[in-house]
Design a protein around this ligand. Structure first.
Ligand SMILES: *[C@@H]1O[C@H](CO)[C@@H](O)[C@H](O)[C@H]1NC(C)=O
Ligand SMILES: *[C@@H]1O[C@H](CO)[C@@H](O)[C@H](O)[C@H]1NC(C)=O
Length: 252
């Protein structure tokens, strides 16, 4: 009798164990299925290994597109930095400059490489504006975090100045600053002008657009500011999708 009970108990234990194993298998499978869906693949959740850099180089619509397409950049956000006004907004940004915050994976791209892109993507010698945009909000600034970044920024500025002494490099280097994200309508501005691309990635909500790594890349692509080989790669990928009639671009 005791032995039969023990067998039943063993049987129950076995059943429970099987259930636990099955559930575990399910637990593993379910997140995989979710991550297969376009949206979850695109959203980059906070990753402690990522680093953040902030630059001002003229209109932030364009600045965001300049950095978005680089390999290793996972997310960009436009905003205001470099001034003293609290909680600036577009129509009243005070002494701040239009800026872009770049989240990047330092294993794929370095602060030094971001500096190279910064210098080659605007005219650091233009006073009080950038291209057709005139005003203090379009000035050129490198925002640094820590002495090593400040050293690298200063070195790169010296190099830039050494290229020509005909005019002065106006870029400021600031080590104490606060970045204020801009209003939603200014985020991924270039991508939002392109209905075709918006549809192609599945009409993401504002929140999803802001967090999406794919939207970050396509924002640069929409402005035709990707490095040529990346631009070509995305062209080919989109052509392929259009040809096959499969409506959704999930990754690049
Ligand atoms: C500056 O760097 C430190 C460590 O590298 C990081 O924890 C901190 O969030 C950074 N600050 C900004 C404003 O990016
Ligand atoms: C996105 O929206 C457009 C227009 O509203 C619609 O035609 C299209 O089917 C939508 N695409 C997706 C993937 O939801």
């Amino acid at each position: 009798m005791a032995s039969a009970q023990s067998n039943v108990r063993h049987g129950n234990c076995l059943l429970l164990l099987m259930l636990v194993v099955a559930q575990r298998a399910l637990c593993i499978r379910i997140p995989n299925q979710i991550s297969d869906s376009a949206r979850h693949q695109q959203i980059i959740h906070h990753q402690p290994s990522l680093r953040t850099a902030v630059f001002a180089l003229g209109s932030f619509w364009r600045s965001e597109a300049v950095f978005g397409c680089l390999k290793g950049v996972v997310r960009t956000t436009v905003g205001y930095a470099g001034g003293s006004k609290n909680n600036p907004v577009y129509r009243s940004l005070g002494d701040h400059a239009e800026s872009v915050q770049v989240e990047y994976d330092p294993r794929l791209i370095s602060f030094r490489q971001l500096l190279d892109v910064f210098w080659s993507s605007h005219d650091s010698r233009q006073v009080f504006g950038q291209g057709p945009d005139v005003g203090n909000q379009y000035r050129s600034i490198i925002f640094t975090n820590g002495t090593e970044e400040t050293r690298l920024a200063a070195l790169s500025k010296e190099r830039e100045q050494a290229r020509s002494k005909v005019s002065i490099v106006t870029t400021q280097i600031q080590s104490h600053w606060t970045f204020y994200p801009a209003e939603p309508e200014h985020q991924k501005f270039e991508l939002k002008q392109n209905q075709f691309l918006l549809q192609l990635i599945g009409n993401l909500s504002e929140e999803e657009l802001e967090a999406s790594s794919l939207a970050t890349t396509l924002n640069g692509y929409a402005a035709e500011l990707c490095p040529p080989e990346i631009q070509k790669h995305i062209d080919a990928k989109i052509n392929d999708i259009v040809k096959r009639g499969w409506p959704m671009l999930r990754d690049i």
